[in-house]
Design a protein around this ligand. Sequence first.
Ligand SMILES: CC(C)(COP(=O)(O)OP(=O)(O)OC[C@H]1O[C@@H](n2cnc3c(N)ncnc32)[C@H](O)[C@@H]1OP(=O)(O)O)[C@@H](O)C(=O)NCCC(=O)NCCS
Length: 202
Amino acid sequence: MNEEKKLTLQDFEQNSKQYTREVQTQSGENITFRPLLHSDLDRLTSFLENLSTDTRRLSTFDSYDKVTATELCNAINKYDKLRFVLESQSKEIVGLIEFTLDIPQNVIDKYITYGLKLNTEYTCRFGPTLADKYQDQGLGSLIFPYVVKIAKLLGRKHIILYGGVFADNTRAIKYYEKHRFRIAGKYNNDDGVENLDMILDI
Ligand SMILES: CC(C)(COP(=O)(O)OP(=O)(O)OC[C@H]1O[C@@H](n2cnc3c(N)ncnc32)[C@H](O)[C@@H]1OP(=O)(O)O)[C@@H](O)C(=O)NCCC(=O)NCCS
């Protein structure tokens, strides 16, 4: 992956093979990390439908069916979103990795209350979701170097979490801390649930 030129969403769609990488899990399975494609609709639908109640609480989507899968596929190369998937050897989608380039004003304001002035041109938001049976096996860590690479290719210097992380999601917090994210601040969401905002300088 060439890091010299700042890439656009179009580059990722047009040259998706160039941004595809393989990792091997502890159990020896090869997993492909690649941009989401329009042809992924049915497999993305299955991925969302199969997420457990626990995972749905930790990683929120509008719905867990073809409606949201269609929205995600229709958003390829549009808006401020860049999405990657993890594909198993049997060609199932087993993970969805989201990058969001625009930082909304309410997030900027929240970070100011933490004493941090986000440099929005250089910041992206990141949200990972793995299929239940692929969680807690080191897969998120295996792909993290590529997450950083993609953010750098987009010309970003800081990664923040999309929507923060529930304070009781100890595994995700451990994962982020292991990859050098630091806690920027804490807030309660509309349901009164405590969340952490975390940031990584890359
Ligand atoms: C968060 C997520 C992407 C992490 O990926 P992963 O492949 O499961 O993470 P890894 O296995 O690489 O690392 C997890 C670490 O947490 C540790 N861990 C596991 N369960 C834990 C727990 N209950 N409490 C604290 N640490 C825990 C693991 O031991 C590992 O640390 P180690 O490598 O030092 O042993 C993945 O678990 C996931 O998709 N979870 C469901 C959705 C979610 O929470 N998304 C994030 C929303 S903010």
